[in-house]
Design a protein around this ligand. Sequence first.
Ligand code: EPU
Length: 352
Amino acid sequence: MTKASEAADAYPGEKRNLNLTSYNTLGVDATASRFIEIKENSELKTLANSGFFSRTKPCILGGGSNILFRGDVRVPVLRISIPGIQTIADTDSNVLVKAGAGVVWHDLVTWCVERDYGGIENLALIPGTCGAAPIQNIGAYGVELDQVFESLELFNLQTERFETFTHEKCMFGYRDSIFKRDLKGRVIVTSITLKLNKPPHDVNTSYYALENYLNQQEITSPGINDLYHAVIAIRKSKLPDPSLIGNAGSFFKNPVISKGQFNKLKENNPGVPSFPAGEGKIKVPAGWLIEQAGWKGKKVGNVGTYDNQALVIVNHGNATGAEIYNHAMNIRESVRDMFGIELTPEVNIVGG
Ligand code: EPU
């Protein structure tokens, strides 16, 4: 493409050769050849009408908290910044709350807790945007998004139309949905709608770390506000703040293995923690496996594994995407060699 035809192709407000360091929480210095910010649904239609989606397959970016730029990104980056939170239905016991894909997830949690709408308080402080939340079915402290999910709206890049997806159509699983599989890269989530509860709330304190914290604080009948603050305190103590030290939360998913494989693992490692994961399946914390393999708190060049949580890979400053990727692959190899278990990245790996 000549410079002249490239310029003619440029979308209004599009940026060229944009540095992405502040657009990814790992703080990787990568460049996007083209960068377009989407603030309203109509802009997607305008892009489609210009033939954009038939020419190119963009990289869709939300808060950049679950992405590793392994190198520069040569496909156009579309950053989804659609704002707005509103209550769209209200009964005696429930509300339907709709949030634009660009709303910061924690801001939605805070907005709901302030209005006494229960259901997502355990998901406080998870980095990222509302549009990214259903992609990996975010979860923490005994709650997953799909438990409160009602529907979402998306733009289908193939049909170039807006569609509504119900809960069933999203095919949620553990850190998984249809958007990570069949529809990967084919849709752009524009809003999500959650069904939340009015008081009296049914709070979820089942997660051991949360239960311990509440006991220590002598909070005997916690409300959603207590849970919100407890989760924030626990996360702050265990997980690094991306504004201080680059990271993308859990780098890998917790592997789910068969009961047979787990029994063998337990024979040699009686202390292995585990959680039931459905019929004949056991979930083993990847953080434990990584710690056993000697990686907890370990620093290699500019990259490291966090001191308090081995599942989090951190950028000690100026790490390249390739360095972080190699570090992750070395961890994966050690765990495979030691336990015969294959770790799967939870973060999306893009570019390079
Ligand atoms: N563990 C270790 N060493 C470590 C870390 C963990 O031995 O360095 C073991 C401990 O036995 C601990 C157990 O792993 O009791 C579980 O650890 P933790 O409660 O920290 O949870 P996790 O399974 O490591 C998951 C999510 C987190 C989420 C927490 C709390 C995944 C991949 N990660 O971590 O999500 O905050 O539970 O619910 O499922 C994220 O997705 O980015 C994320 C941070």
